[in-house]
Design a protein around this ligand. Structure first.
Ligand code: TRP
Ligand code: MN
Length: 432
């Protein structure tokens, strides 16, 4: 894929000389949180861009995305009564797998866009030439994104006494915004109640800080390898480009390079599971990626499509349950529900997204397993990329603010709406 092998080697060598982005101990903390999800005692919220962009890189963009994630997390935590493990598709989610090496634009065949970490999306032959300098730029953007996220979540932005303040203008006036305001008021009352009972809320750090972890698809193995380091405490190898890495449907061959790489690192791992996945594959995958059966090590991210999810998922849930392998089951309700709108835009409908989560939760209810989490594509901006939701966005609205560099994302209102919907589905199924 890279035309200049020498330049590629040079870029990777440079990254290998740079500091790691995350510390192995943090990856272990995330794994401990995910182990709680395995045990049905916590919920996983994994959310962020389909693909991060070099162009939409700004403090406001990061802050707004983090804000929706925190809002959704607080809704889930409050409604489900269990901790929400917060993982961003952030600070490294750049590379995109493509089903075709080329695409046709105005009758010209040009190389596909593979994410800003590889080439430029402009529809010209030249822009699409892979440029290794982009690997270094992706590292740098990830480092400053992560730096700001850490500053926010440890520096007071995630403080539970600020739940009201997380509401954005364009969300506040909406029905889900008002519902959120109401919940925020209840949380404030609960904090006052605890103080009245003598709990020192001021000096309880967990009320003022949160952990937000990072994750991305481990697609470009050269990049991942250049950030793979030996942990000084345990001697174990970790991919220090993010806390959690996942493998997509296109690269998850059991004897393939991606699984071979991930098998060797200590991070918590995810694998996307589509509707054609067999029971045998899933069981072997568990064996290969988690032979020690460590809870929290492996998250299976189901992306079946709303119509298929219940029937496709149940045999897999049953088989994994009976095998005794501890896994987190997360629902990606986005990727199985993509279609082209009348106007030719790639989109998803909010109702299909909710329907897939409903099927996912129901499959778990029927098999007696815990619907451990959701994995969604969203942004904090007021985009118009997915149809439906409380605003009831229609085909005609898509042209207004369709900004994604890859798949259509939920906007902040739709994300918040989804969090309320998920909590309701889980509770009404008798789980919480
Ligand atoms: N520290 C706890 C947690 O992360 C509580 C908390 C603080 C929290 N800020 C939050 C929960 C923001 C959700 C969102 O769960
Ligand atoms: Mn996507």
């Amino acid at each position: 894929m890279w035309p200049d092998q020498g330049a590629l080697d040079q870029a990777l060598k440079q990254i290998a000389s740079y500091p790691p982005l995350v510390f192995a101990g943090e990856a272990r903390s995330l794994q401990a949180g995910l182990a709680q999800v395995c045990a049905g005692k916590a919920f996983l919220l994994q959310a962020g861009d389909c693909a991060e962009s070099f162009e939409d890189f700004s403090a406001n963009n990061i802050r707004d995305k983090l804000r929706v994630i925190l809002q959704m997390a607080v809704v889930l935590t409050y409604s489900l009564g269990v901790p929400t493990i917060k993982v961003g598709r952030m600070a490294g989610q750049f590379a995109k797998p493509r089903s075709s090496d080329t695409e046709k634009i105005d009758n010209r065949e040009i190389p596909s866009f593979r994410g800003h970490i590889v080439n430029d999306p402009a529809p010209t032959e030249n822009a699409r030439i892979p440029d290794p300098d982009r690997l270094v730029q992706a590292y740098n953007q990830s480092a400053s994104t992560l730096n700001l996220v850490r500053a926010f979540v440890k520096g007071g932005f995630a403080d539970l006494s600020r739940v009201h303040a997380w509401t954005q203008e364009f969300v506040g006036s909406s029905p889900e915004g008002q519902r959120y305001e109401q919940m925020a008021t209840e949380i404030e009352r609960a904090l006052r109640f605890m103080r009245a009972c003598g709990v020192d809320t001021e000096n309880t750090a967990t009320l003022h800080e949160a952990d937000v972890y990072t994750s991305h698809e481990a697609l470009l193995l050269g990049y991942e390898e250049s950030l793979t380091r030996q942990d000084s405490l345990t001697g174990q190898w970790y991919d220090c480009s993010a806390h959690m890495l996942w493998v997509g449907e296109r690269t998850r061959q059991l004897d393939g390079a991606h699984i071979e790489f991930l098998r060797g690192v200590g991070n918590p791992l995810g694998c996307k599971i589509g509707p054609s996945t067999s029971v045998d594959f899933v069981l072997e995958l568990c064996q290969v990626l988690n032979p020690a059966r460590a809870p929290g090590r492996l998250t299976l991210i189901s992306r079946m499509g709303a119509d298929k999810v219940e029937t496709a998922l149940r045999p897999l849930l049953r088989a994994v349950r009976d095998s005794g392998h501890p896994v987190v089951w997360a629902c990606d309700p986005m990727h199985g529900n993509t279609f082209t709108s009348v106007g030719g835009r790639k989109t998803r409908h909010f109702d299909d997204i909710i329907r897939e989560i409903a099927g996912f939760v129901n499959a778990h209810r029927l098999e007696g397993t815990w619907p451990g989490g959701i994995h969604v594509e969203l942004t904090g901006d007021n985009v118009t990329e997915c149809l439906g939701g409380a605003d009831d966005l229609t085909d005609a609205d898509l042209d207004d603010r369709y900004q994604t560099v890859c798949d259509p994302r939920l906007n902040a209102r739709q994300g918040l709406d989804l969090a309320f919907g998920v909590a309701e589905l889980i509770r009404s199924s008798g789980f919480a």
